[in-house]
Design a binder for this molecule. Sequence first.
Ligand code: WTA
Length: 656
Amino acid sequence: MNHEAASALDFSSDVVIELDQWHRRTTIPEELLALAERDIPQFWDRIARDMLEWIVPPQQTLRWEPLTAESVAPVARWFDGGILNVAVNCVDRHIRTWRRNKAAIIWEGEPGDVRVLTYYDLYRQIQRFANVLLSLGVRKGDRVTIYLPMIPEAVIAMLACARIGAIHSVVFGGFSAEALRERINDSQSSVLITADGGWRRGSIVPLKRNADQALEQCPSIRHVVVVHRGVEDATHVPMQSGRDQWWHRLMEEVPPSCPPEAMESEDPLFILYTSGTTGKPKGQLHTTAGYLTGVTATTRWVFDIADEDVYWCTADIGWITGHSYVVYGPLANGATVLMYEGAPDYPDRDRWWALVEKYGVTILYTAPTAIRTMMRWGEEYVQRHNLESLRLLGSVGEPINPEAWLWYWENIGGKRCPVVDTWWQTETGCIVIAPLAGRTPLKPGSATFPLPGFAAAVVDERGTPCPAGVRGYLVLTAPWPSMSRTIWGDPERYIQTYWSRFPGMYATGDAAVCDGDGFFWLLGRTDDVLNVAGHRLSTMELESVLVEHPAVAEAAVIGRTDAVKGQVPVAFVTVRESFPIHTGLADELKDYVVERIGALARPAEVHFTAELPKTRSGKIMRRLLRDIAEGRVLGDTTTLADPSVVQHLVQLYREE
Ligand code: WTA
């Protein structure tokens, strides 16, 4: 087992919460559950036919060719022969029913402005925007980058792409110009959709300004569509003529209806960049029918979503959680989704609870880091509001410690709402390990069991299943419809990262343990991926930015355990001899990282050292640095080339 992985085991929760007391529970017919046990592809075939609307139903459920010594790549094709459109599934099919006038999106801006869009409103706006994209020359298979705040236009833009078969690449609005540029250039997008700004903690995130900076070196972009978020007088926003146009103007100029593109099951739906173990983010490619099947089904099973629910997933649209559980999963189910633009502590720390009360939120889906932050702020803010509308709570993004789980359960859910801890990844597309709402018994801190249609195991170095209670690598042992099909432009890396480690199995990169009752406990990453406040960052990504700074010769970044954020980046840096270390240098380097990647990547600490500890083969010993940063007793240092380096580092750390 790779001990680079996170902390010690803490899965010793004795509490088991049985759910007899809940009258609401997910209904999956027993016969279907039995089918999932017997025949996973057949099970998914039934689900896909039942839950999606097809133009032509699929002919072949699954073509699966795992990576072998002879084959060059794993092939997973789901629902071949099927033809459908994702936007039709998320919107058009509802407007033919009573849901036509149902609220699809209830949106509140940070300043308090409110917009409600019915399914029919969405239907109209998506078609108009699809026509805008067509008028800008976007065609099926072309890439469109979306760099927007949490506003309804983000959803409209995504679904408009889906309607015409364009591939969207949403870039989180908190990413810097540099990060945006890298993602645009990798995807070769021809259109960028952004806004003049978005509100965050009372001030403006200058998205258009970042975009302008990024676009200085993005030759593929031909057009920029700018949403006027009302941040400033539109005439003050610099618009490059011939390239930049206002969203609202373009929307007026196009015809109102746009027929959906007939998409094949395996046609790409979107690319989403996520951090891996190298400096370059990976564009995960998700396809049409499999992805939609996965998110539609899991939204129903895990959240038991119903028409009367007001469902709120707090994730930003720039992450996979925003894609799958703000947009595609809930809308495919005809749900009412709450969207909030801003910070949880603006104007005060009770903003989330004010929103829950005001809109009668019934299902809340958020991240452990947010829960721990609220926990630290104290119950006072929670108690200001009546949260009785809530009936289900969800958690995603990182392991939830039993303490936070219990706080969430008691203080937010009033011991009335099941807490569903959901494990999954950008690559899996949808939730994989989680309880079925109201059915699966819960152990605080465990994501419980794989959902029907998924097969997971905990294995050792050789790929052999670990006995109960023994920590190992989490793998998925059967293909599933919403799996990422490849890495955009780099299929080799896809094979290397996920499929070559354990033949025939998908390597998740996570450590886990199964307890004696078969419950899965997730224990963090086994690779050099950090999880900062539920956001993935790679140590390499930060390191390669740091070494670009003129002062830095070498850099090593590790994740230090943090009580609120789960992990925070800590950088160890050696400085070029020609460069005297001055007092402001640590802050300068922190700012440099923010500028190049975004605020989420800001190192909590920067330490200067004469040398970095390395193995004899020259590999930086991150484990050792982590031990130092966390003040632990040093592990085995016999493989170190120059042990005095570590002594020096330990000394240095103590002195600070
Ligand atoms: C971690 C977010 C423990 C895990 C959906 C995974 C979790 C990575 C959980 C994926 C959870 C996510 N318990 N760990 N419930 N959910 N993770 O791609 O390490 O942003 O590999 O997808 O987050 O992060 P990503």
